[in-house]
Design a binder for this molecule. Structure first.
Ligand code: CMC
Length: 427
């Protein structure tokens, strides 16, 4: 009869060990019992970049990378993107269930009434150079928020954690909008409590002289894009939030670590890099040469490939649909033609087929953001606003998980053996 264990024979000693298997994993710590002698530290696993290591148990987001499935708390992303609002999704990720009307009303009210930031945050933002990257501004300002809310360090108190979640969800769009206005030299537009979450965010960005004509199609498109980014289980920025949060620092500091991780071009910065790549290609006729360059290892096809998805990213499929609706309002983004042709050629090319490289969430999102009027360097900020509910839900889950401790990987030391200190004149 099959048992849920793994028999391992250590050929150094001839000893056999039984390692229990649960949820398709063995516990790395069980390997520690495998030793050559009593002084041996015991076996470890070597897994740079966590290619095959589950670092937590999570009930938030399910991904099947081969089948292209993404679910938030069990709900298919297609249904969520079609029906839910962003704040409903934030509630679902945090609480595990969709809110009732009364729960949603309370949640929305709380977030709406925390949207203002201390005026010193404004002074802080004003101190950035006129051309500061908005992601640098966002990560600096969110880190700085911890100094405005020293009570946030009481992470052991659930009521306190709730307040900080509300504050972050309420204030990050405000800071993100201020960063946008800063780059344009426009006065900051304050939050309006009579508008909904997305309406207020867009108004803070685009209102001129207190006036902005909302476009419901573009606002819903932005909401769908934010929903599609809301969580993606243990990605680089979420792992950063979990790792930094595992030191029991306040959530503002942990979330600013997530923003820093997202900034990188291999993660959230890819949407910005896609647009730069499309600009570099410039014309459809240059695509074959560009693909050849990538295949030779000179650069990457940005917006392609994923650590988990080995088929079409379900978010990219939905984003393509949103793109049609947005371009019907704004007129076609001329770079779309290049992107579509690039995708067509790449998907027929042996190099990309063999490596299972498909468009990811970042391939088309930048084209939409650009058509909506956002500058390229602002795209990752939109990703951060969207990903915030996921970071918060994962932070909470990490703190509640009895298996978790401070994140502290092991290493294989490859440096010098002990040697005597050499005086400076003898070096
Ligand atoms: N263009 C060309 N080749 C690629 C690409 C790409 N975009 N992505 C992977 N490869 C190749 C890579 O060179 C390697 O080839 P070989 O086996 O010959 O060495 C193979 O595919 C496997 O790549 P990898 O780097 O080992 O895969 P990974 O899981 O470590 O990387 C990735 C995943 C997303 C970082 C990578 O696919 C990439 O750099 N993509 C471009 C950047 C991008 O679009 N990032 C956004 C990711 S989705 C949203 C998000 O997380 O923010």
């Amino acid at each position: 009869m099959a048992t849920s264990s793994l028999s391992v024979t250590d050929n150094r000693t001839g000893k056999t060990y039984e390692l229990p298997i649960s949820d398709g994993t063995i516990k790395a710590i069980d390997l520690r019992a495998i030793k050559t002698d009593a002084d041996d530290f015991g076996l470890m696993t070597y897994d740079p970049a966590f290619m095959n290591t589950a670092a937590c148990r999570s009930a938030i987001t399910y991904i099947d990378g081969d089948k292209g499935i993404l679910r938030y708390r069990g709900y298919p992303i297609e249904q969520i993107a079609d029906k839910a609002t962003f704040l409903e999704v934030a509630y679902l990720l945090a609480e595990g269930e969709l809110p009732t009307q009364a729960q949603l009303d309370k949640w929305t009210h709380n977030i709406t009434y925390h949207t203002y930031v201390h005026t010193n945050v404004i002074k802080f933002l004003e101190g950035f150079r006129y051309d500061a990257h908005p992601m640098g501004m966002l990560l600096g300002a969110v880190g700085a928020l911890s100094t405005f809310y020293p009570d946030a360090k009481h992470i052991e108190d659930p009521a306190n954690r709730y307040v900080q979640r509300v504050r972050l969800l309420a204030k990050i769009p405000t800071i993100a909008a201020f960063a946008f206005r800063h780059s344009r030299g426009l006065p900051y537009e304050f939050p309006r409590n009579d508008l909904d979450y997305i309406g207020n965010y867009v108004n803070m960005m685009f209102s001129i002289g207190g006036k902005h004509e909302p476009n419901p199609v573009l606002q819903r498109a932005l909401e769908i894009l934010l929903i599609l980014h809301a969580d993606h289980e243990q990605n680089c920025s979420t792992s950063a939030v979990r790792a930094v949060g595992s030191s029991h620092v306040d959530p503002f500091s942990a979330i600013s670590a997530g923003i820093a991780a997202l900034y990188g071009p291999l993660h959230g910065g890819a949407n910005e890099a896609v647009l730069e790549m499309l600009e570099e290609i410039g014309d459809k006729k240059n695509i074959p040469a560009f693909i050849e360059k990538v295949k030779k290892g000179d650069g990457r096809l940005m917006g392609f490939g994923h650590r988990v998805y080995k088929s079409y990213d379900p978010r990219a499929k939905l984003i393509k649909r949103v793109a049609d609706e947005v371009f019907a309002e704004t007129g076609l983004n001329p770079k779309l033609e290049i992107a579509l042709e690039l995708e067509r050629i790449a998907l027929e090319d042996e190099y990309f087929i063999k490596r299972k490289l498909y468009p990811n969430v970042d391939f088309y999102s930048g084209l939409i953001y650009q058509a909506m009027g956002y500058p390229t360097d602002y795209f990752t900020v939109l990703f951060a606003v969207g990903r915030l509910p996921g970071w918060l839900a994962q932070w909470e889950e990490m703190l509640m998980d009895k298996d978790q401790k401070i994140a502290r990987p092991r290493q294989i030391y490859t440096g010098q053996d002990e040697r005597p200190y050499v005086a400076i004149e003898k070096r």
